[in-house]
Design a protein around this ligand. Structure first.
Ligand SMILES: Nc1ncnc2c1ncn2[C@@H]1O[C@H](COP(=O)(O)OP(=O)(O)OP(=O)(O)O)[C@@H](O)[C@H]1O
Ligand SMILES: [Mg+2]
Length: 287
């Protein structure tokens, strides 16, 4: 896909700049974030090139969600540079630019209105709203139905949010994010709360989506190597707000880096193209 990128100036005016084919989806240099006296991220470098899909791994509290919140402009960097789709943080209207980032997170899941039908929940994504006020426009209904087909949820169109299963909700949230036609789709622990079969079906669904022509760049934030499927090309690992490893999957995803990331003695296994972890009982070495 080769869309024209518009630069959103602080005064709200736009001007065409480069095509999205030319630019890196994300480039973070020396990023540090401090909040309420606590240093949460330290000197993070992270570059995502077009065509790559990334997994972000890290233990609880390692700074993953803080990094995403900073990308979305909810946290102000203490130091460093963030360039998103060719636009540098501080030089443009970030509220407009972040519309190009789709995000699916558990906090969003809790915010959805209980009686909202799935179709409407998808439409709200186009306007970055939580529930729909008034009757939806016909054009939006048509687009949302197309999106429901893409996320394989046509049958759910009229079902209210309250009765959807966790797996169905995750798909609808992805559909919601896709309505804004994001260049980058961030999934913050999307498999949390899914049973093993639902998780596997969801991962296979993501894999199919990732293979679609013009699919966005995927960033999957997770604690579980089992969720890494073949669509992910690179991994970033965080420990206490610092980067432990950053690069192509083959080089970065190994037992040593994972042991450092999760502060435990772990062994990475790979079978049939998928990963699993064994956790050591103590500090002893694996044989
Ligand atoms: N506003 C804040 N002020 C001070 N500390 C904060 C603030 N927000 C987050 N933290 C701390 O920063 C650390 C990183 O939090 P963050 O939510 O980014 O971790 P995470 O990697 O997403 O964890 P999890 O895997 O549990 O979701 C935590 O210790 C958290 O308590
Ligand atoms: Mg988190």
């Amino acid at each position: 896909m080769n869309r024209t990128l518009t630069t959103v100036r602080k005064n709200g005016k736009t001007k065409p700049s480069q095509t999205t084919q030319d630019v890196d989806p994300l480039n973070i240099k020396s990023l540090s974030v401090q909040r309420n006296g606590k240093r949460i991220l330290s000197n993070v470098h992270w570059q995502i090139r077009k065509g790559e899909n990334w997994v972000v791994l890290g233990s609880n509290g390692s700074g993953k969600t803080t990094m995403l919140s900073t990308l979305l402009g909810y946290f102000v960097p203490t130091r460093g540079d963030i360039t998103l789709l060719g636009e540098r943080y501080g030089n443009c209207d970030w509220r407009q630019l972040r519309m190009k980032l789709g995000i699916v997170s558990s906090s969003l899941r809790q915010l959805m209105a209980e009686d909202e039908p799935a179709l409407h929940a998808v439409i709200t994504g186009k306007y970055a709203m939580i529930d729909l006020w008034g009757k939806p426009k016909q054009a939006d209904v048509i687009e949302a139905k197309k999106t429901l087909r893409l996320i394989e949820c046509q049958k759910l169109a009229n079902r209210p949010w309250a009765i959807l299963s966790q797996g169905e909700r995750q798909r609808i949230l992805i559909g919601r994010a896709l309505m804004a036609k994001p260049e980058v789709l961030i999934l913050d622990e999307p498999c949390a709360g899914l049973d093993p079969a639902a998780r596997e079906h969801f991962l296979q669904f993501l894999e199919r989506m990732g293979q679609e022509q013009g699919a966005p760049t995927f960033i999957l934030v997770t604690h579980h190597v089992e969720e890494i499927t073949s669509m992910y090309t690179h991994a970033l690992m965080l420990k206490s707000g610092r980067v432990i490893a950053n690069g192509p999957m083959k080089q970065s995803l190994n037992s040593d880096n994972l042991s450092a990331t999760f502060k435990a003695n772990v062994k990475l296994r790979k079978r049939g193209g998928r990963y699993s972890l064994e956790i050591g009982e103590n500090q002893g070495k694996w044989m």
